[in-house]
Write a protein that binds this ligand. Structure first.
Ligand code: CA2
Length: 149
C-alpha cells in the first residue's frame, strides 16, 4: 500500500486549544484521525508528523523525496505554519528532494495580515488548499491520490 505523509509545522500542536475563530475547535489528534480515515477510504496509508523545528521538517521532506523516488510514497501534504512566510530552506527542500507536495492552510491567509500573503512554499508546491478549515486535509489527501492515478 502506498503512503502519504502529512506534515504540520510550528504551533499546530496547539490546534483546538486557542484561536478557534481562526483555526476551529478540532485538535491536532482530530486532524490526524481525519487524515487516516480519508487514507483508509482511498486505499493509502497516511502517516502524520508535527514539528516546531524547521530542520526536522526539512529532514522529513528529504526522506519523503527518497520514498517517492522508490515508488513507496505518493506525496506530502504540508501545513508549514509560519515557516510558510519565512523559510527559503523549506522551499529548497521541497524542490531539491523533488517532492510532490500540497501546501495547506486552515485559515484564508489572504484575508489576514499582509505578512501572511506571501508563501515561499507555493512556488515549489504541486497545489495549494487555503481557508477551508481542517476539512482541507482530507481534500488534500484526495487530491494527491487523484494526481497519482
Ligand atoms: O492557516 C494556517 O493553517 C496557517 O498555516 C497557520 C499558522 C500561521 O502562521 C499561517 O500564517 C497560517 C499558525 C499555526 C498556529 O496554530 C495555532 C493553533 C491554535 C492556537 C495557536 C496557534
Amino acid at each position: 500500500m502506498k503512503k502519504i505523509l502529512v506534515l504540520n509545522g510550528p504551533n499546530l500542536n496547539l490546534l483546538g486549544t486557542r484561536e478557534p475563530a481562526q483555526y476551529g475547535h478540532e485538535t491536532l489528534a482530530d486532524v490526524e484521525r481525519m487524515c487516516k480515515e480519508a487514507g483508509h477510504k482511498l486505499g493509502v496509508a497516511v502517516e502524520c508528523r508535527q514539528s516546531n523545528h524547521e530542520g526536522q521538517l526539512i529532514d522529513w521532506i528529504h526522506e519523503a523525496g527518497q520514498e517517492i523516488a522508490a515508488g513507496k510514497m505518493i506525496g506530502v501534504v504540508m501545513n508549514p505554519g509560519a515557516y510558510t512566510h519565512t523559510s527559503i530552506a523549506l522551499h529548497d527542500a521541497v524542490k531539491g528532494a523533488n517532492v510532490t507536495l500540497i501546501e495547506l492552510h486552515i485559515s484564508n491567509v489572504h484575508a489576514r495580515e499582509e505578512f501572511r500573503h506571501h508563501s515561499y512554499i507555493s512556488p515549489a508546491a504541486r497545489g495549494i488548499i487555503v481557508g477551508l478549515g481542517v476539512k482541507g486535509y482530507p481534500l488534500a489527501i484526495e487530491a494527491l491520490v487523484g494526481l497519482s492515478g
